[in-house]
Design a protein around this ligand. Sequence first.
Ligand code: SF4
Length: 63
Amino acid sequence: MKVRVDREACIGAGQCALVAGSIFDQDDEGLVILLNETPGESSHAAARKAATLCPAKAIVIEE
Ligand code: SF4
């Protein structure tokens, strides 16, 4: 799995950091920071959930 984020699209809603805090964080303005581009197997479900929940569709998962 490879995770990509589009910081231009991010609106700082924060769902990603809530459901997958080991993969996503937010900067001082609330915009997403990608902590781990290639999360391990145990984090895949959380990464997919974050992508689904992101209201800006700013998270792309490549399987
Ligand atoms: S859930 Fe989407 S819009 Fe919200 S901080 Fe994460 S990437 Fe940005």
